[in-house]
Design a protein around this ligand. Sequence first.
Ligand SMILES: *[C@@H]1O[C@H](CO)[C@@H](O)[C@H](O)[C@H]1NC(C)=O
Ligand SMILES: *[C@@H]1O[C@H](CO)[C@@H](O)[C@H](O)[C@H]1NC(C)=O
Ligand SMILES: *[C@@H]1O[C@H](CO)[C@@H](O)[C@H](O)[C@H]1NC(C)=O
Length: 290
Amino acid sequence: MAISGPLKLFYVFITLALASNVSSSKKFDELFQSSWASDHLIYEGELLKLKLDNYSGAGFASKSKYMYGKTTAHIKLVEGDSAGTVTAFYMSSDGPSHHEFDFEFLGNTTGEPYLVQTNIYIDGVGNREQRMDLWFDPTADFHSYSILYNQRQVVFMVDETPIRVHKQRDGVPFPKDQAMGVYSSIWNADDWATQGGRVKTDWSHAPFVTTYREVEIDGCECATSEDLKRCSGSTVEKKGNWWDEPVMAELSVHQSHQLMWVRANHLVYDYCADGGRFPVLPPECKRRRG
Ligand SMILES: *[C@@H]1O[C@H](CO)[C@@H](O)[C@H](O)[C@H]1NC(C)=O
Ligand SMILES: *[C@@H]1O[C@H](CO)[C@@H](O)[C@H](O)[C@H]1NC(C)=O
Ligand SMILES: *[C@@H]1O[C@H](CO)[C@@H](O)[C@H](O)[C@H]1NC(C)=O
């Protein structure tokens, strides 16, 4: 029997949908585990939800640590009144001189824009906040939020559009040689998060739920000090990681233009422009010669 065109298409669609259903839910369990309040981490089919109520927030953490690579979370942020809540997606190493790359999504009252705060800790020192608003409503649908990390740059991306770059160059602190885990969590931060802490969490709107469709890690997995050497590229066999390719050492021309557009239209706060806070600007804030 001949199958008509539309019917065939329908069949293919179903197969793909089932296949991705299976792999994505399995993949999450392989890569991550609950790190805080496992009863506030909820599987719903292929989706994962973190719930904040007046008892607890929630979080998950990767089982492994990684050095260099890219991690991406497909997130739909808390809908409606999310004031006082913060959802974070970040990479971090351990210890007092740890490195950390943060996305923090600062909630807001219904209809008011979320802010995306990014920060970078290097050897235990942070204070590198930037804040942006977004060119879409992050509570209406899933969007991808990524951190790309190699020996030359740390890039924060939203739907693959770079919103921030920290580059390796002389005299500028750069995060090196520490294996980092991947984390996400939601918690109550109404002492500072929304409009400077003036708007408090309205618990009558709880639970506050952040939804994840997929969280990917494409990185060099690091369990031992041998792995650390291999991942840092100090041995010869590092070849083959796409993030170590020369073309990944800096943004493409197209990406640079995207970043300029984001900064021109969506930047709300940049520590590099905060002379009150930094009478002497940090070295990474100084423009490169020429
Ligand atoms: C796919 O997800 C749905 C819910 O979205 C769930 O009911 C179903 O059991 C899942 N199928 C498989 C094969 O895991
Ligand atoms: C938390 O919220 C629930 C439902 O609104 C309420 O019944 C309960 O008393 C609250 N608990 C605390 C510790 O505030
Ligand atoms: C919340 O909305 C207000 C009013 O539009 C805005 O000034 C603020 O930057 C928004 N974000 C946060 C996190 O307060």
